[in-house]
Design a protein around this ligand. Sequence first.
Ligand SMILES: [Fe+2]
Ligand SMILES: [Fe+2]
Length: 191
Amino acid sequence: MRNPKSPRDPAWLARASEDTDALLQDHAHCERKAAATAMALVARHPDQPALVQAMVELAREELAHFEEVHRQILARGGVLGPDPGDPYAQALVGQVRGAPRERLVDRLLVSALIEARSCERLRLLGTGHPDEVLREMWMRFARSEARHGEVFLTLARELGASRDAVDRRMAELQAFEVRLVDESPVRCAIH
Ligand SMILES: [Fe+2]
Ligand SMILES: [Fe+2]
């Protein structure tokens, strides 16, 4: 699952590379929240075995990512600060509809989109960031996030009313996501 390359990518990479410490702070919290979101889905849908299994596996990977980014922060003489917040993810979550099944499908699709955008951004860092050690880490993470995007999309198609309905909803959310990225300021953050 890929998001279209944005013409703003070069500007974003330049901005994100300006302050590596700030970028790592944001990235650590992204990974922490990804693990927490996966476990929140388990808490809300304990009776969906495929979802529980997939989310446990995913949460484990996100937690390992968090641990690795946290270690990089410490290695650079820093300490993890408060969550700087992610207006991009918040705006996407704001699109989730209220009825139970729609809510689950939308939450899964929003996660798929966030994973896909994260994958694109991590790949850019993996090829274009000046720090060689971090480049290797980001490229490795980009491959995980690509897989995670597929996991969320597959679950949405399995748990939604029909594959057509899920794909139609995905097209709507994808259009919103592209507009959101185009309209958002370029930040020294993953999103
Ligand atoms: Fe991750
Ligand atoms: Fe992920």
